[in-house]
Design a binder for this molecule. Structure first.
Ligand SMILES: [Zn+2]
Length: 301
């Protein structure tokens, strides 16, 4: 059986961070590609990293068909879309999945991004065939791949995705924070203070979340902060590495990738976070492979 390949085109959160301090991990915002054998490409998020991926797709001698799955519409997840050149090439075909917001649907959201005030080319003039498909929280199938979505704990509507194909599962959760906050004793406090923006209300969202990521072959998860940084940014929708490691252990995932690096973290700081994460996994007696995502990295499953 041919392997599944996962390639990282953008690993940064919030805003692109070019320059010498981020040269090893890369400064482009979120974009990850999954190549399932013999299938059109799956692209997750369209941060500035999608531009480089687009350059590769332009080399194709045959028309390109690809699926783009958006987690949400904060800039760092869509800002590369207007610069994704294969979408301007007639003959190519892109199918874009994302959720609707309460008063505005997926098509309108992307069209607004390319309103002439912000960008000179309208979405309907992109050249390629571009289809928009609204995804709901739940499960659906694309090209024989089962896709599960669940809303994460992040301001606004934000999907986590679980892709399962031939018994292998890959989870992509770019933006998420703990559902329960630690109290003074370090114990998880009951309940969450964020407003309930989920379509389905579950009393215990943490359990629902662990179930969503349970047993995955690869978990790519938000690791934006050190715990002391998180303490000052509760409700911003991002995780300290301690939480990311702990849920990976709890859900018995097989491999962990730290993702959505803070724009203020230079390469050495990201190194340090990866080291601390591996040490924490060891302390849990659960020493699975764990790396901080780097632009250009490829993981083979
Ligand atoms: Zn983000």
């Amino acid at each position: 059986m041919e392997p599944i390949k996962i390639k990282f085109w953008g690993v940064r959160g919030s805003i692109p961070t070019p320059g010498p301090r981020t040269i090893r991990y890369g400064g482009n915002t979120s974009c990850v590609e999954i190549q399932f054998p013999g299938k059109p490409r799956f692209i997750i998020d369209a941060g500035s990293g999608i531009r480089e991926l687009g350059k590769e797709l332009l080399q194709s001698k045959i028309p390109v068909k690809a699926y783009i799955f958006l987690t949400h519409f904060h800039w760092d997840h869509i800002q590369g879309l207007p610069f994704f050149k294969p979408a301007f090439k007639p003959g190519n075909h892109f199918i874009l999945y994302g959720c609707d917001e309460p008063d505005v649907d997926l098509t309108q959201i992307i069209s607004m991004q390319m309103n002439p005030i912000y960008f000179p080319v309208a979405v309907e003039d992109m050249g390629a065939k571009v289809e928009f498909r609204t995804a709901k929280e739940g499960a659906f199938e694309v090209e024989g791949v089962t896709i599960r979505t669940q809303f994460m704990n992040h301001p606004g509507y934000t999907f986590g995705y679980r892709f399962t194909y031939q018994g292998k599962s890959i989870i992509y959760i770019s933006d998420n924070e703990p559902y329960r906050r630690p109290n003074d004793n370090g114990e998880p406090a009951a309940g969450i203070s964020l407003e309930d923006r989920f379509e389905n209300f579950y009393d215990n969202k943490e359990d629902q979340f662990i179930n969503f990521i349970s047993g995955a072959d690869l978990l790519i998860h938000d690791t934006q902060y050190f715990p002391h940084e998180y303490e000052e940014r509760i409700t911003w929708g991002h995780s300290p590495y301690t939480y990311t490691v702990d849920i990976a252990v709890k859900a018995r995932v097989k491999q962990l990738v730290l993702f959505h690096h803070d724009p203020d973290h230079d390469d050495d700081t990201v190194d340090k976070m990866a080291e601390l994460s591996r040490a924490r996994l060891n302390n849990h007696n659960y020493p699975i492979p764990c790396i901080a995502a780097k632009e250009g990295d490829v993981i083979v499953l």
